[in-house]
Write a protein that binds this ligand. Structure first.
Ligand code: 0X9
Ligand code: ZN
Length: 298
């Protein structure tokens, strides 16, 4: 069955979500967040213990080859449902969680069957296929750190939301109007806040940095894993048309964080499966810290 000592493909991941909805019918519901070029659902779950909680949206696996992300997302769901730790119980029960382990389902499946290093969607082009789904959102689209060349790994697409994955997922996020937006990527050990655009600064930039620094400190306490905290442009590079920038600038989501998970390049995208659980444990420590801060503020 499904677990966290190995990586699993799209069907196995979605079957795990279905099993949660069956095993916890009062708490977990399947939630279709959008659709893909090849007609797959972007499948996720809503996990909720009571009405009226602030919402957390988890966007994971937008880049196909970043396999640690779907595994982390399902690990988090399992913790929220089974942990008896009071800190975990508190965040599990006082937020509504909308968790989408693999928001680029065609690409993820392709990375399992055909090309382990696939990053983009499978949206057809004339010469090369695939749009970078983290360059296709309607915020400063294709203004830097993105490409108009369809063969590029950072191809922005033919226009904002030109590919159905981002367009449909954005509609879902808009309807939900979350208080917290988390995005999971790998690799580089960074905890980032908006923006990836040169001339923009988040309205609550210093608050986000302060929370992010506390979170990175918590993360480091378990195994000593070091994260750099900063805005996208400062911590990594210029990148426009990204999902978190859209969530912050267009939806005004107050609390927005994006992780570049383990490692620093030793294995890179090919992070060994033995590192799934340690990565998940330390990352969850940072999430708990962020959500304690959010709980105190909202
Ligand atoms: O290039 C990216 O999309 C991200 N790095 S990755 O190696 N995972 O591909 C970082 C992008 C920064 N994030 C946003 N612009 N939202
Ligand atoms: Zn990525």
């Amino acid at each position: 069955g499904y677990g966290w000592t190995d990586y699993y493909d799209l069907d196995e991941t979605n079957d795990y979500l279905r099993s949660l909805a069956e095993d916890y019918p009062d708490i977990v519901q399947l939630y279709v967040g959008g659709s893909s070029y090849e007609g797959r659902d972007i499948l996720g779950v809503k996990l909720s213990y009571k009405d009226g909680n602030p919402k957390i949206f988890i966007e994971s696996g937008i880049h196909a080859r970043e396999w640690i992300c779907p595994s982390l997302s399902t690990w988090i769901l399992n913790q929220l449902l089974t942990s008896e730790d009071p800190d975990v119980r508190s965040i599990a029960e006082n937020f509504d969680w909308y968790v989408f382990p693999s928001v680029n389902p065609d690409g993820y499946q392709y990375s399992h069957t055909t090309n382990r290093m696939w990053r983009k969607t499978l949206t057809p082009g004339t010469v090369c296929n695939g749009v970078d789904p983290n360059r296709n959102w309607d915020d400063h689209w294709n203004e830097g750190g993105a490409s108009s060349n369809e063969c590029s790994e950072i191809y922005a697409g033919t226009g904002p939301f030109s590919t159905v994955e981002t367009a449909s997922l954005a509609e879902t996020i808009k309807e939900l109007n979350p208080t917290v937006y988390f995005s999971f990527h790998s690799y580089s050990q960074l905890l980032m806040v908006p923006f990836g655009h040169r001339h923009e600064t988040a309205d609550n930039y210093y608050k986000l940095l302060e929370i992010g620094s506390k979170a990175a400190h918590s993360l480091s306490q378990r195994y000593g894993t070091q994260y750099v905290v900063g805005s996208i442009i400062n911590a990594i590079y210029e990148a426009t048309g990204g999902s978190m920038d859209w969530a912050k600038s267009k939806l005004n989501v107050p609390y927005t964080f994006e992780w570049e998970l383990r490692d620093e390049g030793q294995y890179g995208f090919l992070l060994p499966a033995e590192q799934i659980i340690p990565t998940a444990l330390e990352t969850f420590d940072s999430i708990i810290t962020i959500l304690k801060e959010v709980s105190a503020a909202v």
